[in-house]
Design a protein around this ligand. Structure first.
Ligand SMILES: C[S@@+](CC[C@H](N)C(=O)[O-])C[C@H]1O[C@@H](n2cnc3c(N)ncnc32)[C@H](O)[C@@H]1O
Length: 279
């Protein structure tokens, strides 16, 4: 390769010639560089919460990505009652915000959303802002009904954590996503127990409910408040091998365990959407 010496019109200079003539300068620079301290790359800070841990474990992954249960709940919105024009609705456990956004798109202008994870508040805020719906919803960081004291709603929706496990069941998710405690009811029971006090007369709730956590107990908690439920949708949800392994082996061995299905190596769990209203 050659470089044309345009200033004096002389023969083109070859790059190798230029390099040889300036070699002493290069050597000095290279020797000086060797003695210079090498800057160390900063170590990443260890994750401080579930959201950071999840994101660090799988960069780019969305720890609030909607699931099959979310899809069922969205599908069930066709069972919404005729709501008054000034209807108020609430969602407990908002996650990505996709359910709350769907309610806003259906014309409900007065929405409340609660989640115990700050990342869910951020994700939902971002989604609602992006969709131009942020003025419809007020969000609170808190557990179940904690921040809704004295508030009543025409509609309550919830897709709560209810997998019977103490360990996080979904890698890549925040730990609050689906961990429901040993019997899966750690969040479900306080939600159901407080529901009656947060429904307006004629109010309705739509919730996802895994059959494995026991429909009889759910009915009993509701009946004590004058409420009843019917299943409006159901689906068999495939369990990841990791999630299936968290259930005691005895659960799979029992043939009378409702809500569990084993087909060869594949394991399914039955998920329903319950419509809850006054008896
Ligand atoms: C299975 S996710 C559902 C998220 C979203 N509604 C959806 O369907 O995609 C459950 C959500 O409930 C939240 N959550 C867990 N425990 C809670 C509690 N005690 N109070 C309120 N929200 C809670 C989790 O942080 C998570 O965002």
């Amino acid at each position: 390769m050659s470089v044309r010496n345009q200033a004096n019109g002389a023969e083109p200079l070859r790059v190798s010639d230029v390099f040889r003539r300036t070699a002493s300068k290069w050597r000095v620079t290279a020797d000086r560089a060797k003695s210079m301290p090498v800057p160390r790359r900063a170590e990443p800070e260890p994750p401080t919460d579930g959201l950071a841990a999840a994101t660090a474990a799988a960069p780019g992954a969305d720890p609030f990505l909607p699931s099959e249960y979310t899809g069922l709940l969205l599908q069930s919105l066709q069972h919404l009652p005729d709501l008054p024009v000034d209807a108020r609705a609430a969602e407990i456990g908002i996650g990505s915000g996709v359910v709350l956004a769907s309610l806003a798109l259906r014309g409900i202008a007065r929405l409340r959303g609660v989640d115990s994870h700050p990342g869910a508040i951020r994700a939902t805020t971002a989604l609602l802002e992006r969709m131009g719906l942020a003025d419809r919803a007020a969000l609170s960081l808190g557990s179940v009904w904690e921040k809704l004291d004295g508030e009543r709603f025409d509609l309550v929706v919830a897709n709560l954590p209810q997998y019977p496990s103490e360990q996080p069941a979904d890698p890549g998710r925040v730990t609050s996503w689906s961990t429901g405690g040993p019997d899966g009811r750690r969040i479900m029971d306080p939600f159901l127990t407080g529901l009656g006090a947060h429904l307006r007369p004629g109010g309705v709730a739509l919730i996802t409910h895994s059959t494995i956590i026991g429909l009889a107990r759910t009915r009993a908690i509701l009946a004590a408040q004058g409420l009843g439920c019917t299943a409006v949708l159901a689906s068999q949800v495939l369990l990841s091998p990791g999630k299936a392994a968290l259930l005691p082996a005895a659960s799979w061995a029992r043939t009378d365990q409702p809500g569990l299905r084993e087909v060869g190596p594949y394991r399914f769990i039955e998920a329903q959407v319950l419509r809850i209203a006054a008896l």
